[in-house]
Design a protein around this ligand. Structure first.
Ligand code: GDP
Ligand code: MG
Length: 420
């Protein structure tokens, strides 16, 4: 398909091997970067590696290496060079003076993919905000000024005209987007309040682990599934019925990926609120990925940043249909307390996962109902902090009756204040 080929860009990807890393590790990083590039619409023609003690302040890599890349770009008709690490504005400018094509870094690439996958208003606003904040100090690259002419990867999103406007305008835009996001956040909070008394389960995991596929089989719906990174950017929520009386809300979330910059996580907070507010997490892991242990670590680090690492969590090892050697299952079952081994796409062991969810709810949560003395400020603050108040009845001036959902581990602290 000639047309298809013409639209795809030709890329060189660059990985630096620092002293604390092995070559194999950086090769895996570049495998992932290649998948990201593919998702964004670029074919990787060539990989460049360099061992360094630390980044060069002017070029990130050595000047000689940059000149070598310039030659490849010339000979292979390359459209863009993608660095696996974040570059500063100065480094981009210097590299662009030597290398005659667009220079972008991993974060810019991820933001670009986010920009083309965002569908709902909040997702679009969040991406635009993240792009403006990340790109603002890097706006000097000459290719972005020419982006009307060159377009393509790294130039999508906030719009060429906005990028060309001065910083003040962009800052004003950032403020407007923040405010809009705040409004949407409030709306969401109100919506979420309406579904308090039902257990909330959030699917988390590395991108492409199979979260959306799992949501589909569990809810019998059709959430967009694609073998691309970040196919879903918006949180999707479905009601899963275990029985006519037992149901939970299951939410799909944006996948995590290594080197997702901190401020990017912050700007996706309203999506990630689904995780923060969930009662239970299902951490979906692609057991067939060679580096799945590193992926688990990335997800756990991100959860830590969201203060959600200590939530009751089921670890769902997915894609067991792709395993050639099944002995790993045995090892992992010993290693992880709440592990289930599933194939979301083939519907294998889904019932076991559902049973596990119910078990975890039973293990970790109780509902208590009782009278509370309203004139005791300490009582009220502890109950509201540690529990979730599902129902309030006003008895008289001094007492109210509360129905509270609470994690069992907090029960001793709370029950002292609730007269049952
Ligand atoms: P997400 O990024 O975590 O939401 O992942 P998706 O649900 O979009 O799935 C990513 C890719 O993995 C898709 O191509 C799915 O068809 C595939 N996939 C999901 N679950 C399984 C599974 O159990 N076995 C296999 N072989 N592929 C799966
Ligand atoms: Mg998905």
């Amino acid at each position: 398909m000639a047309n298809y080929d013409r639209e795809r860009e030709r890329a060189v990807i660059v990985g630096v091997i620092f002293p604390h890393q092995t070559r194999a590790q950086v090769e895996e990083y570049l495998d992932e970067l290649e998948l990201l590039a593919d998702t964004a619409g670029a074919d990787v023609v060539c990989r460049v590696y360099q061992e360094r003690d630390k980044p060069d302040p002017a070029f990130f890599i050595g000047r000689g290496k940059a000149e070598q890349i310039a030659k490849i770009v010339e000979e292979e008709k390359i459209d863009l060079v993608i660095f696996d690490d974040d570059l500063s504005g100065v480094q981009i400018r210097n590299l662009e003076n030597i290398i005659n094509c667009k220079i972008i870094d991993r974060t810019t690439l991820i933001l670009d993919i986010f920009a083309s996958h965002a569908r709902t208003a909040p997702a679009k606003i969040q991406v635009e905000l993240a792009q403006l904040e990340y790109l603002l100090p890097r706006l000097t690259g000459k290719w972005r000024h020419l982006s009307k002419q060159y377009g393509g990867i790294g130039t999508k999103g906030p719009g060429e005209t906005q990028l060309e406007t001065d910083r003040r305008l962009i800052k004003r835009k950032i403020a407007i987007l923040r405010r809009k996001l705040g409004e949407i956040d409030n709306q969401r909070k109100v919506q979420r309040k309406g579904r308090r008394d039902i257990f909330r389960v959030a699917l988390v995991g590395y991108t492409n682990a199979g979260k959306s596929t799992l949501l589909n089989v569990m809810a019998n719906t059709n959430v967009y599934v694609e073998d691309k990174l970040f196919a879903t950017l918006d949180a999707t929520t479905r009601v899963i019925k275990f029985s006519p009386t037992k149901k939970v809300l299951l939410t799909d979330t944006v996948g995590f990926i290594r080197k997702l910059p901190h401020h990017l996580i912050a700007s996706f907070k309203s999506t990630l609120d689904e995780i923060i507010e969930a009662d239970i997490l299902i951490h979906v892991v692609d057991i067939s990925a060679p580096n799945f242990r590193e992926q688990i670590k990335v997800v756990e680090e991100t959860l830590e940043e969201l203060n959600s690492l200590d939530k009751p969590t089921i670890i769902a090892f997915n894609k067991i249909d792709k395993l050639q050697d099944r002995s790993i299952i045995h090892t992992l079952a010993k290693e992880y307390e709440n592990a289930v081994f599933i194939s979301a796409s083939r519907g294998v062991n889904i019932q076991a996962l559902k049973d596990k969810i119910l078990q975890l709810i039973d293990d970790h949560y109780v509902e208590i109902t009782g009278k509370v003395n309203v004139s005791n400020p300490e009582a009220m603050s502890i109950i509201y902090k540690l529990g979730e108040v599902l129902d309030v009845k006003y008895d008289d001036d001094n007492y109210i009756t509360l129905r509270v959902k609470v994690e069992k581990r907090h029960l001793p602290k709370i029950s002292a204040y609730i007269l049952t």
